[in-house]
Design a protein around this ligand. Structure first.
Ligand SMILES: [Zn+2]
Length: 75
């Protein structure tokens, strides 16, 4: 049986091999689902690695994402 860390590693390898990067528009379209996944306690980065990668590289989208998390959590 695979450990969780192994699964994450596999997903990362597959993702890097594909060499697909999404644009800010594509990232934005998926940001809602990404934030909801994150808030539901799942590993959003594993579920949606392309969005996770983009957020890591793109400060604009990351600040959008952080704002969205705050909005979804409520105050
Ligand atoms: Zn971006």
């Amino acid at each position: 049986m695979l450990k969780r860390s192994d699964v994450v590693k596999l997903v990362r390898v597959v993702d890097e091999t594909r060499e697909i990067e999404i644009s800010c528009d594509e990232c934005f379209e998926r940001l809602d689902s990404y934030a909801e996944t994150e808030l539901s306690g799942l590993d959003a980065r594993t579920a949606m690695p392309l969005v996770g990668d983009h957020l890591e590289k793109c400060a604009d989208c990351r600040s959008n994402f952080e704002g969205l998390l705050i909005a979804l959590r409520g105050t």
